[in-house]
Design a protein around this ligand. Structure first.
Ligand code: PRX
Length: 655
């Protein structure tokens, strides 16, 4: 694989890419969007454009103003009232579409459920009644920590029906990460499961909740769905089984009339400090942004069977497994487990079984399949596929071409979609019936999105050059803030270029104006499409008694995009051994979650620092990228120690 060595190589490799793929006439002629004029219409009057789109939602009360912009605080559709679960469920059932399949759900062990819109509405109403019985009211926060089972979207939608913002915590996170998030959100109820299945084995969730609640004070009840049947500890009065409480409830629950700007949910994402940021999304603009972009980018039709192979615990799952597909009355697939269980044919079996027409996944998954070889996919009939999507990190041209040839059989368009937890909705992506794609480029900002690439002064860079991606005008699904921390919101996203939103990504525009995303410009790493903060992992390492200091950097990895490389200074008298390295890796996994486990731990007697005490990460990155990748523990050799010392000394003399 011709993988990038660092951001600079990525630029060069990407710019060497000259292949283009225009939409076929067959695709164009049937596409939801086939008129390129949409860009001009939208950008001529962005507010009028979004107001026109807003007709795709059902409103109890129309809005007074489309946009109130007091930078960096936006209000979209202020004065309007609506309910998200009504838009996702009731309106379809009322239109006689209750028998349509909302979800084909498949568990990792192979169990299956087909859930229609009517059934989902009934389940959501029951769950909303159950939560009400537990005291959840409009405005209360509910933490959700679940495997990918049908109760997860049901729980989210039940919260939206009550008007209680949820915060879904990815099931792979540790009890500590969970308790931090519960505390920040001040959640009143936690919804979880006994456990979930992963690679054939049950793994515990309730046990982590029990541990997390030792350090929280706001949670009154824990609602527990039964998934694995494993033994769980039980606190009478606090813990309730989902089946005992939810099943007996009525299937009627009047949806709350929410204000457009009422908080819909919180989703925590890593920042450059150890404290995760609670990204705030509100009701109307968010729902409109995701619903519209889902329809355009994935060319959604009634006949489609759409599969976003992501976890609902990340924003991709919130926007494009739960809210947008349901608002569009789409039939979707949800799969609980990993792509390699029981073997690498699993995804392709699922596509064949449900005749999936649209597949949306992460480059890291594509690279994992690529590593296994195309023979697994070749054993299955993938002819139902008509569109492929990619999200989460830059897709290298080689992976794009593999996806195109082996999964799309050279026929299906690929939409590489750039966006973030903060943007809520897809921002830069091809429109498959309009845009000529180039492998590795997310192409252009969507209609109604005003983006630019600027230099360090905030000036637009000429075509053909790289710089920083910025968004110049507000968009409906934009984050409204960081929960409880407006100053951090301003500092993180709006201070680098006043008045412009800075997502933290590098970007290059080629001579034709195509956008090529270059990854994060700060210290946050992107591992398998998940953003992880170096600081959080360093803090976890330092929390171990034997560790004096730690510095973590991303190392280019052909499979996961970036791999975590940890430099560790041990306390005096502690011996560096491979066993200790393994222990530390596991320690981080326990503290933050398996995804944060460093791939490599290197023991070093020193770290390169500036006089002000800042670690010089660039040098560490250089060292890390020169090392072979593997699950390893190594001792820094004399050469590395020397270069670290030299760099530290010279910086101290310089500044
Ligand atoms: O660096 C960009 C990368 O993922 C970051 C956002 O991560 P998160 O909030 O976890 O959301 C991931 C799913 C939307 C971005 O700042 N990223 C996401 N999509 C792409 C991407 N980088 C390049 N190309 C993409 N298509």
């Amino acid at each position: 694989m011709a993988d990038s060595k660092d951001a600079h190589d990525t630029i060069d490799a990407l710019l060497g890419e000259n292949r283009t793929f225009a939409p076929s006439e067959a695709f164009r002629s049937q596409a939801v969007v086939s008129d390129p004029g949409i860009y001009e219409t939208a950008n001529a009057d962005i507010e009028a454009f979004w107001a026109e789109q807003a007709k795709m939602l059902d409103w109890y009360k129309p809005w007074d103003t489309v946009l109130e912009w007091d930078a960096p605080f936006a209000k979209w559709f202020n004065g309007g009232q609506l309910n998200v679960s009504y838009n996702c469920l009731d309106r379809h059932v009322l239109a006689g579409r209750g028998d349509r399949v909302a979800y084909h759900w498949e568990g990792e062990p192979g169990d299956q459920q087909t859930i229609t819109y009517k059934q989902l509405l009934d389940d959501v109403c029951r769950a909303a009644n159950a939560l009400s019985e537990l005291g959840v009211k409009r405005g209360d926060r509910v933490a959700i920590y679940m495997p990918m089972i049908p109760e997860l979207p049901v729980a989210m939608l039940a919260c939206t029906r009550i008007g209680a913002p949820h915060t879904v915590v990815f099931g792979g996170f540790s009890s500590e990460a969970l308790s931090d998030r519960i505390n920040d959100a001040q959640a009143k109820v936690v919804i979880t499961a006994d456990g979930g299945f992963r690679r054939g084995a049950p793994s515990g969730l309730k046990i982590n909740v029990d541990k997390a609640l030792e350090t929280t004070s706001t949670v009154e009840h824990v609602l527990v769905a039964k998934r694995t049947g494993q033994d769980v500890a039980w606190e009478e009065g606090r813990d309730i089984w989902w089946n005992d409480l939810v099943d007996k409830q009525s299937t009627e629950f009047e949806p709350a009339r929410m204000e457009s700007e009422d908080m819909l949910y919180l989703l925590y994402t890593s920042g450059t400090t150890a404290k995760p940021k609670g990204i705030v999304h509100t009701t109307a603009g968010y729902l409109l942004g995701v619903t519209a972009t889902h329809k355009w980018v994935f060319d959604i039709k009634d006949e489609d069977v759409y599969w976003a192979a992501a976890d609902i615990g990340w924003v991709t799952g919130h926007s494009y497994i739960v809210f947008a597909p349901l608002a569009n009355c789409t039939t979707s697939v949800i799969y609980e487990g990993t792509p390699d269980h029981p073997n690498w044919e699993r995804w392709w079996e699922i596509i064949e079984r449900y005749k999936v027409t649209i597949l949306y996944c992460a480059p890291t998954a594509i690279r994992a399949h690529m590593k296994q070889g195309p023979e697994y996919a070749e054993k299955h009939d993938l002819s139902s596929l008509r569109l492929l999507g990619s999200v989460g990190e830059p897709i290298n041209p080689e992976a794009w071409m593999w996806y195109h040839e082996h999964i799309g059989k050279g026929q299906t368009p690929i939409v590489d979609t750039w966006w973030q937890t903060e943007t809520g909705m897809i921002m830069i992506s091809p429109l498959p019936g309009v845009t000529t794609t180039k492998p590795g480029s997310a192409t252009f900002p969507l209609p109604g999105i005003d983006a630019d690439v600027v230099d360090s002064h905030g000036d637009s860079v000429p075509l053909g050059q790289g710089g920083y991606l910025v968004i110049k005008k507000p968009w409906p699904a934009m984050l409204r803030g960081i929960y409880g921390d407006p100053e951090r919101f301003k500092a993180t996203y709006w201070s680098r270029y006043p008045g412009l939103y800075f997502p933290g990504d590098g970007c290059k525009r080629d001579e034709d104006g195509y956008y090529w995303l270059l990854g994060r410009v700060d210290d946050v790493m992107n591992v398998s499409g998940h953003r992880l903060s170096t600081t959080e992992i360093e803090s976890a390492l330092v929390a171990n008694d034997v560790v004096a200091e730690a510095a973590v950097v991303g190392q280019p990895d052909s499979l996961t995009g970036e791999a975590i490389f940890a430099f560790v200074i041990l306390k005096a008298g502690i011996e560096a051994t491979p066993e200790l390295g393994q222990e530390l890796r596991q320690f981080v996994a326990n503290k933050i979650g398996p995804i944060a486990r460093p791939k490599t731990v290197m023991f070093t007697p020193d770290l390169p620092k500036t006089r002000s005490g800042k670690i010089m990460r660039r040098l560490l990155r250089d060292i890390a990228s020169g090392r072979t990748i593997g699950d390893t523990t190594t001792l820094a050799d004399a050469g590395i120690v020397e270069s670290i010392r030299e760099a530290s000394l010279s910086s101290k003399q310089d500044d």
